[in-house]
Design a protein around this ligand. Structure first.
Ligand code: ADP
Length: 250
């Protein structure tokens, strides 16, 4: 059977900052329903790649295709409507609002509801309460639903970020270092959460925790100095001498 078309594809992506080429000739095919990780030493271009894929900062060269549609110059909010979502940063949480309220804001925003509706007419929005309860359960935050988001420990805040990224019920979720700064227990919990997102959703992950990346990824793309130096399943990446060299040499 022929391989189905990728959910997200990049062809020859390049990003320049003045004379500096942060990304050059990067091609990527993210298959539907899998967990695809992007790894590489600091400064390799991972965040620049995410920005180009989401539309936060479009590439200077190349093309991005989402679900068969060219989106290279499409702004981030329109890509979101096509089913692409990126994890919020902790700084995007409303620290003074409860965990449940943060999720409700994200669900309502994803459905195009105004701030007015958030404060004045929440009970009239069909399906929102159910969606919020679903996200609380998925992220393991149900027991902390009424706690202020700012009072959650680091791991809980990161789980809430992922929950907010899922509020639009996306087909594709991009997670940028979701395990950063976590202790062992939170890493285990978040790893299980990410693993559970697929195959109903497709996950594109930037992550430094190699143990977790090798364990949960279907495919891994390795960047170094703005280029793809290896691409394949975890076993092939683990055995690749060029990958080891890129890490040891960084
Ligand atoms: P990574 O996420 O892999 O650590 P980045 O994508 O953040 O790497 O950065 C890739 C390279 O591009 C780095 O050398 C970085 O210094 C440079 N860079 C990133 N953003 C900018 C910018 N806005 N202006 C200039 N250089 C940048």
């Amino acid at each position: 059977m022929p391989e189905p078309p990728p959910l997200l594809a990049a062809e020859g992506l390049g990003v320049r900052f003045g004379d500096f080429r942060a990304l050059g000739g990067v091609s990527l095919r993210v298959r539907q329903g899998g967990i695809h990780s992007v790894i590489g030493p600091n400064g390799a271009g991972k965040t620049t790649l995410f920005n180009a894929l989401t539309g936060a900062r479009p590439p200077t060269e190349g093309a991005v295709t989402l679900a068969g549609r060219e989106v290279t110059r499409m702004p981030a909010h329109r890509r979101a409507r096509l089913g692409m979502s990126r994890s919020f940063q902790v700084t995007n949480l409303f620290a003074e609002l409860a965990v449940r309220e943060n999720l409700r804001l994200a669900v309502q925003a994803a459905r195009g509801r105004s701030a007015w509706a958030f404060w004045h007419a929440p009970s009239r929005l069909p399906g929102v309460a159910e969606a919020v309860e679903g996200l609380l359960s998925l992220t393991g935050l149900a027991a902390r639903a009424d706690a202020r988001a700012g009072s959650l420990p680091h791991g809980g805040q990161r789980a809430l970020e992922i929950g907010m990224a899922l509020a639009s019920d996306p087909k594709l979720v991009l997670l940028d270092e979701p395990l950063a700064g976590m202790g062992v227990d939170d890493v285990a919990r978040t790893k299980a959460l990410i693993r559970g997102l697929a195959p109903a959703r497709t996950v594109l992950l930037i992550e430094h925790n190699m143990g977790v990346v090798l364990d949960i990824s279907d495919r891994i793309t390795v960047l170094a100095r703005g280029r793809v130096i290896a691409e394949g399943p975890p076993a092939a990446i683990r055995a690749d001498p060029g990958v080891r060299e890129a890490y040891l040499g960084s």
